[in-house]
Design a binder for this molecule. Structure first.
Ligand SMILES: *[C@@H]1O[C@H](CO)[C@@H](O)[C@H](O)[C@H]1NC(C)=O
Ligand SMILES: *[C@@H]1O[C@H](CO)[C@@H](O)[C@H](O)[C@H]1NC(C)=O
Ligand SMILES: *[C@@H]1O[C@H](CO)[C@@H](O)[C@H](O)[C@H]1NC(C)=O
Ligand SMILES: *[C@@H]1O[C@H](CO)[C@@H](O)[C@H](O)[C@H]1NC(C)=O
Ligand SMILES: *[C@@H]1O[C@H](CO)[C@@H](O)[C@H](O)[C@H]1NC(C)=O
Length: 494
């Protein structure tokens, strides 16, 4: 038998080797074990440190937030937020100081708080467009809201209400709006590149001078929204949205200017691309001018007439106009437009001050004021010049929400009580009756007079006044029958 203990292996017996191995291995194992342990401890310490840091950051944000709410509460209690305290310097100082330190989550939360407390967006925009003219108590202008995420907690069920808020000159690059009601909101002079609007409503929203490059309007409603002097290059807008909104001097998503796009894609935008020609109301010298010719896309026959004007001011005006007969049999053939009409088509947001000096206000009433035939007679006696402009607006506004001008005979084209009758002239479909209804629709658009125009489509471009009994009916998409907060106005010029 072989004696294992005696078996030599480089002068060591197996027993020796085993005892050597175990005497070395245990400390090594211990060393490895402690090394792993201290590494884990270190990691845990770092994690804890990070956690503490996050906690303290969060705590600080919360403290700032709570302090702000306390400050606003005190200001409100002491009457510093009353209308008489305009311009609300303390409130704005607190807000702006805190805003600069908040993270985007708190910035978003505060916007909601400010709206709920009626410190921003105080105007009534429940029907889309702004109907009052109240200043925001807290001003958001020139602040940074990049990457802010505003969303309704219940999604499409209840849209987050940010109606009528003024985000003028605000930076909101990469911001996200999910299921937010932004009706009547103004983003003028702001930055919204790569912003996303998802399931939101932007009725009557104003985008003047806004960088919207790469913005995504998703499936949002843009009815009556107005884009001007803005960059929409690379933005995502559907054909339907382009039809809903109006564009003026805008770089469209395809990189082209809105002017060229308007004539080919939608008829609506023709209204936005008008050229203001200064009408010279010279009484002595005679002038020659040519009006722009307006053609409607749905014309089936087309006649062209050229007639000299017979204006009272001995000036000779030669003009050409292409008139159209639309497919509906009830639509009358158009007569030629005469004198210089500086604006063709239905205008949105028209500032009456931009009209040439020849124009003056001849009728000013509210939608609560009745326009029955006897009143119409008085109104027409006061508005006795060759050209008439009908418009409407919230009483408190200066700009006309919807307006259109035309030659007297066109504006007063008697449609009697025919439901679908319009008379197309100067890019506007006119109808009148001194005992039914009076108004207009976009170009060759169809109407449903019952008694006032109840048709839909291009709603923002419709105006209708009852001449049968009650005061009024609609100003664009706003139905404001007998509403004294809405004004109807007529301007006239020779
Ligand atoms: C302003 O606020 C104070 C304090 O709440 C209140 O007593 C006062 O009636 C308010 N004034 C107006 C004009 O609202
Ligand atoms: C806002 O205006 C609409 C229509 O003009 C009206 O029905 C509504 O009562 C107004 N709301 C407020 C809060 O004034
Ligand atoms: C809009 O913003 C984008 C991205 O910041 C920029 O490349 C582009 O030049 C801006 N457009 C205008 C008109 O300033
Ligand atoms: C058109 O918009 C651009 C900005 O996009 C602006 O710089 C320019 O002045 C505008 N042109 C007119 C005629 O308003
Ligand atoms: C319209 O009439 C009202 C009441 O007569 C008057 O206060 C208001 O100034 C008028 N508006 C204009 C633009 O003339």
């Amino acid at each position: 038998m072989v004696d294992f203990n005696k078996r030599a292996f480089c002068h060591f017996t197996l027993k020796d080797i085993l005892s050597i191995i175990s005497s070395v291995a245990i400390p090594i194992a211990l060393a490895i074990y402690t090394a792993i342990g201290s590494q884990q401890q270190k990691q845990q310490a770092e994690k804890k440190q990070q956690f503490d840091f996050e906690q303290s950051k969060d705590l600080r944000q919360q403290t700032l937030y709570d302090e702000f709410l306390n400050n606003i509460y005190k200001l409100d209690k002491d009457g510093y937020l009353n209308d008489s305290k305009n311009p609300w310097a303390f409130a704005n100082a607190y807000y702006r100081a805190a805003h600069r330190q908040w993270d985007t989550i708190r910035k978003g939360d505060i916007i909601q708080f400010l709206k709920e407390e009626q410190l921003i967006g105080r105007n009534n925009c429940s029907n889309g467009c702004r109907t009052t003219e109240l200043d925001d108590i807290i001003r958001l202008n020139e602040l940074n809201f990049d990457k802010v995420h505003l969303a309704s907690e219940t999604g499409v069920l209840n849209k987050l209400n940010l109606q009528c808020v003024s985000f003028d000159q605000v930076s909101m690059s990469n911001a996200e709006f999910s299921s937010v009601s932004l009706n009547g909101v103004s983003f003028d002079g702001g930055r919204l590149n790569n912003a996303k609007f998802d399931s939101s409503s932007l009725l009557c929203a104003s985008f003047n001078g806004v960088n919207l490059s790469g913005a995504d309007f998703g499936n949002s409603d843009l009815t009556g929204a107005h884009f001007s002097n803005s960059d929409l290059s690379g933005a995502k807008l559907t054909e339907e949205q382009i039809k809903q909104a109006s564009f003026h001097n805008v770089t469209m998503p395809n990189g082209k200017k809105s002017k060229t796009a308007s004539s080919t894609t939608t008829k609506k935008r023709i209204a936005q691309t008008t050229t203001i020609m200064k009408t010279k109301m010279s009484t002595t010298s005679s002038s020659i001018s040519t009006t722009k010719t307006i053609t409607t896309s749905s014309s089936s026959t087309s006649t062209s007439t050229s007639i000299p004007s017979s204006s009272t001011t001995s000036s000779t005006t030669s003009s050409t106009s292409t008139s159209t007969t639309s497919k509906t049999t009830t639509t009358s053939p158009t007569t030629a437009a005469t004198a210089q009409l500086s604006l063709s088509g239905v205008q949105l947001n028209l500032d009456p001050l931009s009209l040439s000096s020849g124009w003056s206000l001849c009728y000013n009433g509210t939608y609560a004021d009745s326009l029955v035939s006897t009143v119409v007679a008085t109104v027409l006696a006061a508005c006795n010049k060759n050209k008439l402009l009908l418009g409407c607006r919230p009483v408190a506004n200066t700009k006309l929400s919807v307006a259109a001008m035309g030659n007297r005979a066109d504006v007063l084209y008697d449609c009697g009580s025919t439901s679908t009758c319009t008379h197309v002239a100067n890019g506007v479909g006119w109808y009148f009756s001194s005992s039914y209804s009076w108004g207009f629709v976009y170009g060759s658009g169809t109407v449903k007079r019952n008694t006032c125009d109840q048709a839909t489509g291009d709603d923002a471009y419709r105006l209708c006044w009852h001449t049968s009994d009650v005061g009024g009916y609609r100003c664009g998409s706003t139905l404001c029958s007998t509403d004294s907060t809405w004004a109807k106005v007529i301007y006239h010029a020779n």
